[in-house]
Design a protein around this ligand. Structure first.
Ligand code: NDP
Length: 248
């Protein structure tokens, strides 16, 4: 059964990793896909072609999610190209890890702007069209680090905790118009982002995962599919952990 037939989804940061997995899963379930990326032009073109192979409409937009005006322009273009957006997945994110002692103001600002301000930027500009259509599902990519913190990631943890507060507030603000807003808190998912950590750190993290493996982008994409589709029509304001029981 296809769960997203006739719907349009916008996924930020989908040239690779979790965002790409999410876009593929939603397309497999019949959704047209608008997606963004920051710099990976070639990869984005490949993703666009892979998405079209599912028989859906797909288009990649080079757009910096951290930039307010760029997000406004993006939503204008997406609505012109696709006419509506039913589901938004605010996924774009970065890390600039370091102990507070060494964390620069730039490290802090870059992470807050890309991870947290981006969620405000995109949600702010899509809300009008969702309000008009009286439906919508917004899914924000947080992290278990946003729930429990992590030494060496105070900027990242703060941005991801901020996303959870934003998510709960928007669920309350827009619920009466049938617009849902939920967060996903992935644990340790194998992508380029975690690949940067090195084998030793990865093995250390994996010891804390009761399901005894790293998560896959598909594990997260399946949770997004649930929250984007009508299967979750009475679920809003929640944070769903996809972490192999790392956080209980
Ligand atoms: P990747 O580094 O593999 O991919 C990041 C994606 O975001 C890329 O498509 C990148 O585009 C895009 N991106 C980065 N900055 C911007 C920006 N300013 N504007 C638009 N797009 C941007 O990350 P993951 O797939 O691992 O992570 C995806 C999300 O999931 C992030 O929010 C991350 O914090 C979260 N997460 C990941 C976990 C993990 O274990 N991997 C665990 C918990 C949460 P480009 O290729 O052009 O640079």
């Amino acid at each position: 059964m296809k769960l997203m037939e006739g719907k349009v989804s916008l996924v930020t940061g989908a040239s690779r990793g979790i965002g790409k997995g999410v876009a593929m899963k939603l397309a497999e379930h019949g959704s047209d896909i608008a997606f963004t990326y920051l710099s990976s032009d070639e990869k984005a073109k490949e993703v666009e072609d892979e998405l079209k192979a599912f028989g859906v409409k797909a288009k990649g937009y080079k757009s910096n999610a951290a930039d307010y005006t760029a997000a406004e322009e993006l939503i204008k273009n997406v609505l012109a190209d696709f006419e509506k957006v039913d589901a938004v997945v605010n996924n774009a994110g970065i890390t600039r890890d370091g102990l507070l002692m060494r964390m620069t103001e730039e490290n802090w600002d870059e992470v807050m702007n890309t991870n947290l301000k981006s969620v405000y930027n995109v949600t702010k500009h899509i809300q009008r069209s969702m309000l008009k259509q009286r439906s919508g599902s917004i899914i924000n990519m947080s992290s278990i680090v946003g729930v429990r913190g992590n030494a060496g990631q105070s900027n990242y943890a703060a941005s991801k905790a901020g996303i959870i507060g934003f998510t709960k507030s928007i669920a309350q603000e827009l619920g009466s118009r049938n617009i849902r807003c939920n967060a996903i808190a992935p644990g340790f998912i194998a992508t380029e982002m975690t690949g940067e950590l090195g084998e030793e750190v990865m093995q250390e993290w994996l010891k804390a995962v009761p399901l005894n493996r790293a998560g896959t982008t598909e594990d997260v994409a399946n949770a997004v599919l649930y929250l984007a589709s009508d299967l979750s029509s009475y679920v809003s304001g929640q944070t769903l952990s996809v972490c192999g029981a790392m956080l209980t």
